[in-house]
Structures are given as C-alpha cells and as structure tokens.
Write a protein that binds this ligand. Structure first.
Ligand code: RB5
Length: 144
C-alpha cells in the first residue's frame, strides 16, 4: 500500500497521480490535504510517521516545488525522501538509496513526466548491494 499527501501547491498533481495509479490498480491512500491552504510540514510529518510505523511501504509527497516536503520528510528518523525531477534520479533513488518517500513539485513538473517518475520510482527495487546497504546504514547512524 502506497500513501500520498500534499499541500495546496501539490494538490493538483496529487490528484493526477491518484487517478493514474488507481487506473493501474495500484492501491493508494490519500492522507490529504483537500486542496485548502495548509502547511506542508504537517502533511509531510503525517505521511512519514505512518511509513515509519509500518502502515505503508512507501509514500509520495507533493508540494509546489517538492523542496519543502523533502526537507521536512528527511527530518523524520527512518525516512529517506528523494526529490526527483527526472526518471533517472527516481530509478537511482530506489536502486542506490532505497528511498521510501518520493517528493515531487507540482508547480515544476508536467503531469506526464511526473507520472513516469512515479512509475519508475514504484517499480524499481533496491539493488541490495553491500556498498549501498553500508552507505544507507551510515545515513541511519547520522540519526543517532
Ligand atoms: C506553498 O506556497 C509552497 O511554499 C509549497 O508548496 C512548497 O513549494 C514549499 O516548498
């Protein structure tokens, strides 16, 4: 199960992604907002705490640029959030970084590119290589 959340700046893109994934049969839960003006850290926190608690495997966060949600998400221990504006970065965020949150900018990305980034992110597995696992473990050490 995938979770998605946004502020008002990412709301329109979030709706497009929900429609896209629902049509593909990917189970997705919308944690808000409903389009009203909100503060992006609140929604980043809500989604990331649910992921750390094991309620969702991975999440997608959208704000205007994707920057605010990515900064906020990476403050939560256990979250590796990747702000991606291209498919190569989305692929590497999974293969190398085992990113558990994808951040997107609704005022930056076209809808079709965003959908391809989401598809790439959701279908690419972590490589499992020892070198990447070691580096991820070092990121976790930074949280201590
Ligand atoms: C909201 O206006 C905007 O600041 C927010 O969506 C995001 O772009 C922040 O990084």
């Amino acid at each position: 199960m995938i979770a998605i959340a946004s502020d008002h700046g990412g709301y329109a893109l979030k709706q497009e992604i929900i429609k896209h994934l629902t049509e593909k049969g990917v189970p997705i839960e919308d944690l808000g907002c409903g389009g009203e003006r909100v503060d992006y850290p609140d929604y980043a926190e809500k989604l990331c705490r649910a992921i750390v608690a094991g309620q969702y495997e991975r999440g997608i966060l959208c704000c205007g640029t994707g920057i605010g949600v990515s900064i906020a998400a990476n403050k939560i221990h256990g979250i590796r959030a990747a702000l991606c504006g291209d498919c190569f970065s989305a692929e590497m965020s999974r293969q190398h970084n085992d990113a558990n949150v994808l951040c997107l900018g609704g005022r930056v990305l076209g809808t079709e590119l965003a959908k391809k980034i989401v598809d790439t992110y959701l279908t690419t597995p972590f490589s499992g290589a020892e070198s990447h696992s070691r580096r991820i473990a070092k990121i976790a050490d930074l949280e201590k």
